[in-house]
Design a protein around this ligand. Structure first.
Ligand SMILES: NC(=O)C1=CN([C@@H]2O[C@H](COP(=O)(O)OP(=O)(O)OC[C@H]3O[C@@H](n4cnc5c(N)ncnc54)[C@H](O)[C@@H]3O)[C@@H](O)[C@H]2O)C=CC1
Ligand SMILES: CC(C)CC(=O)C(=O)O
Ligand SMILES: [Mg+2]
Length: 367
């Protein structure tokens, strides 16, 4: 099967983890006899430096002509003073909007091998398996924003949602809950915000179609607390753009590191953008210290959601789990003597992938 993949490394550790993801995908292609064609594009700060635009039209064309997009991360202190309309982050927001990628799936798993990496107690996190479903192309990140006043001393950001934007993300969340543990927590700030009150009404209306799914409404501030207190009680959590952004970084501490959280940004067809939840991590960039697993697991989500290659996705996920089982990990989660670098971690994952594939080949020869 031939698939075209747009590769957008971006900035900082985005470039490092992307190199590793492409390596893993090439190994998957070899093992399972697929053809993945990679086309690289500029985005974020790297694109500003090269052409003065964080989302050049050529990059958008590459993405539109591809079957899926992989993205590292954008941003960094180097571009903190560029005009707000060409900041690196604008490139990513623009790409999500242009591609219509409204549904951001952020699974949070507490890996057994990493329970000691979490600042939370073992008994709090050991049974956690939740999915944050974040609305990705609306809300305050896309509303009108401006500076006003004689001295430009008033700053305005606008949080706006229309019914259709809410309906499609809520539908997506119900569908996901239906095939998981059938519980949906809708997170809002309905005690204060009008957009949240409309969000709640829509969740209630749609819930009638999903009588098998238990629904609860929760305010975002108490959700932040409950995610730490009783994270195991959550299954699917659906929320608007900014709340989802913040809650997912918080939830990363259940997994032990931002470097463990993958994501898929989807629309209604099979196209999708796959990126780790983390940013460009300027504090560790260029040091071979970044945890590449969020990126690799995002690539596995691409295999599953865009290419429907379940077996291949499972092979990558199993290789990751087995390497963690052997005690290897990067410094963000590592305290043991088996703490290794970005590249070495992926060497281990590739060894496992190839080894498991060879074993399954030998076994199939005997049946
Ligand atoms: N999707 C994207 O492209 C995102 C971009 N950003 C951008 O990234 C830049 C830095 O933002 P920060 O607030 O520092 O967030 P960040 O996610 O880049 O880093 C936060 C902390 O987590 C650590 N960390 C993150 N990913 C890691 C990994 N894979 N392995 C090990 N440690 C990891 C970092 O070292 C840092 O201490 C900013 O310009 C921000 O706008 C932030 C979030 C998402
Ligand atoms: C450009 C930002 C909104 C990126 C971010 O923090 C995220 O998507 O998690
Ligand atoms: Mg974020």
């Amino acid at each position: 099967m031939k698939k075209r993949i747009a590769v957008l490394p971006g900035d900082g550790i985005g470039q490092e983890v992307m190199e590793e993801a492409v390596r893993v995908l090439k190994a998957v292609a070899d093992c399972f006899d697929h053809k993945f064609e990679f086309t690289e594009g500029l985005i974020g700060g790297a694109a500003i430096d090269a052409v003065g635009n964080p989302l050049p039209p050529e990059t958008l064309d590459i993405c539109k002509e591809s079957d899926a997009i992989l993205l590292g991360a954008v941003g960094g202190p180097k571009w903190s003073d560029v005009p707000s309309d060409i900041r690196p982050e604008k490139g990513l927001l623009g790409l999500r909007k242009e591609m219509g990628l409204f549904a951001n799936l952020r699974p949070v798993t507490a890996y057994r091998q990493l329970v000691n990496a979490s600042p939370l107690k073992r008994e709090v996190i050991e049974n956690v398996d939740l999915m944050i479903v974040r609305e990705l192309t609306g809300g305050i990140y896309f509303g009108k924003s401006e500076r006003r006043g004689e001295n430009q001393d008033i700053a305005v950001d606008t949080l706006q949602y229309d019914v259709k934007e809410i309906e499609r993300i809520v539908e997506k969340a119900f569908q996901l809950a239906r095939v998981r543990r059938k519980k949906l927590t809708s997170v809002d700030k309905a005690n204060v915000l009008e957009s949240s009150r409309m969000w709640r009404e829509i969740v209630d209306q749609i819930s009638v179609k999903y009588p098998d799914v238990e629904v609860e409404h929760m305010l975002v501030d108490s959700t932040a607390m409950k995610l730490i207190h009783h994270p195991e009680t959550f299954d699917v959590v659906v929320t608007e753009n900014m709340f989802g952004d913040i809650l997912s970084d918080e939830a990363s501490m259940i997994a032990g590191s931002l470097g463990m959280l993958p994501s898929a940004s989807l629309r209604s067809d099979s196209a999708g953008l796959y990126e780790p939840v983390h940013g460009s991590a300027p504090d560790i960039a260029g040091e071979n210290k970044a945890n590449p697993l969020a990126m690799i697991l995002s690539a596995a989500m691409m295999l599953k959601y865009s290419f429907h290659l379940e077996k291949e996705a499972h092979a990558v996920e199993s290789a990751v789990t087995e390497v963690l089982n052997q005690g290897y990990c990067t410094p963000d989660v590592g305290i043991s003597g088996k703490c290794i670098g970005t590249k070495e971690m992926i060497d281990k994952v590739m060894d496992k992938l190839n080894e498991n594939h060879a074993i399954s080949g030998i076994l199939s020869a005997y049946v």
